[in-house]
Design a protein around this ligand. Structure first.
Ligand SMILES: Cc1cc2nc3c(=O)[nH]c(=O)nc-3n(C[C@H](O)[C@H](O)[C@H](O)COP(=O)(O)OP(=O)(O)OC[C@H]3O[C@@H](n4cnc5c(N)ncnc54)[C@H](O)[C@@H]3O)c2cc1C
Length: 387
């Protein structure tokens, strides 16, 4: 069952069903193995592209599905219920690089990148974080210097999801002078492709969870970037990144709701099977209350997510809403997966059941695209900006 704030239309239900079916048949049989081997399955990109899931928010003129945001998050949740690693790849690609090119790219950039990205021929990634610039992303140090009509980039990006496989990487770099630092206004966005001389992929992180999503550092050593790869205006890249993260956070909220939903389903099923003291443990009120609290938190997280998505579809500014949705959903995912392990007892602590992976996958939703602390800062700041 998937509960929506407003009843889903027939088209929304159809997309949801396709996503669920794809996840069940093409991903579910391998989730455990990919998690164990930290394996990214490259064939998924083409398959997801063929279904339109890598151009969900792109208009049809760019081979996208032109979906509304609510349908997008509903589809993402279906993928995340089965595999959070696949969900983050789809979320980052759809919410960040493709949307940034659509919104701020030149006609030539749109023509060159969007159709192949929608079709799954090019996978997108987003490179804002650096080893010394995480929550304080505006302190990033990757430097871009003009050289004729080109730019020369030097620096290191950290934690880039899909970075090892990404063919279209949105890189935020400083374009101000070291003597005249302009804070966020000194940052520009560049469309980087791995064929540029001076580009290299660094360390692949050995992560606790989300193991089928490769997370890498990227190095730029005198990397020559053609001038027509600058996105939009010089000095506007940080603004573009922050505005895009409003959308990105809805994707992460959907991922977190999917993880929590999967843990709830697994725990409810196990509680009906597992017998102690001569009866299924679901007969114990302590277990019932735990399941009731889990279901309530999942439903309220989904409601907030759908509220934020529909606000976006009405064209409203959703900075506060998307941070609320991400905060609520990610903390719910962590809490619900913890409760699920408790319901499984010792069997929840081993890899025989999925709740152990769900617990590990849940944690990162409280960290990336802004930690829970950063979401609270955004939400509080927005309270005052409205008064
Ligand atoms: C698996 C994974 C995938 C990722 N994918 C990407 C990606 O694709 N692209 C990308 O650019 N980045 C990515 N990231 C990076 C992610 O966005 C950062 O890890 C995150 O923003 C936090 O930065 P940090 O790790 O440097 O922590 P820090 O910023 O060093 O924070 C450490 C702690 O201090 C807290 N803190 C910091 N500042 C404040 C404050 N002002 N008030 C209160 N508390 C504060 C934080 O909340 C946190 O608890 C990824 C990270 C992970 C783990």
């Amino acid at each position: 069952m998937s509960w929506a704030l407003t009843p889903l239309t027939e088209e929304q239900k159809a997309i949801q069903a396709v996503a669920g079916e794809f996840a069940t048949t093409e991903i579910a049989p391998y989730t455990e193995q990919w998690d164990r081997d930290a394996h990214f399955e490259p064939s998924l990109v083409g398959k997801l592209g063929a279904l339109g899931f890598l151009g969900m928010l792109l208009p049809e003129q760019f081979d996208g599905l032109g979906l509304d945001t609510l349908t997008y998050v509903v589809a993402l949740e279906e993928l995340a219920i089965v595999d959070a690693s696949v969900a983050v790849m789809v979320s980052v690609h759809n919410s960040l690089p493709t949307q940034m090119i659509l919104r701020w790219g030149s006609e030539k950039q749109k023509e060159c990148f969007l159709k192949p990205m929608a079709r799954g021929e090019l996978l997108g990634a987003f490179a804002l974080s650096e080893p010394d610039a995480g929550s304080d992303a505006a302190s990033l140090r990757t430097q871009a210097v003009r050289d004729g009509s080109d730019w020369i980039l030097n620096g290191t990006k950290a934690w880039v999801s899909s970075g090892a496989k990404g063919e279209v990487i949105m890189v935020m770099a400083r374009t101000d002078n070291p003597e005249d630092r302009r804070g966020p206004r000194g940052i520009s966005a560049f469309i980087v492709t791995p064929d540029l001389p001076g580009f290299s992929v660094g360390k692949k992180e050995d992560k606790m969870g989300l193991r089928a999503s490769p997370t890498v550092s990227l190095h730029f050593s005198d990397m020559r970037v053609p001038g027509d790869r600058l996105l939009g205006q010089v000095g506007s890249g940080f603004l573009y990144a922050m505005q895009s993260l409003d959308n990105g956070r809805l994707g992460i909220a959907a991922q977190a709701v999917g993880i929590a939903e999967a843990a709830l389903r697994a725990a409810a099923a196990y509680a009906a099977e597992r017998k102690q003291f001569g009866k299924p443990i679901k007969e114990f009120q302590a277990i019932q209350f735990r399941l009731a609290d889990m279901a309530t938190r999942v439903a309220s997280s989904r409601a907030l997510l759908h509220l934020a998505a529909t606000a976006k579809d009405r064209g409203e500014r959703i900075t506060q809403f998307s941070s609320m949705a991400k905060l609520q959903a990610s903390e719910t995912a962590m809490w619900v997966t913890t409760q699920a392990i408790q319901i499984f007892g010792g069997y929840g602590y081993v890899k025989d059941y999925p709740v152990e992976r769900l617990f590990r996958d849940a944690k990162v939703t409280e960290i990336y695209e802004g930690t829970s602390e950063i979401q609270r800062i955004v939400i509080a700041r927005e309270l005052y900006s409205r008064t």
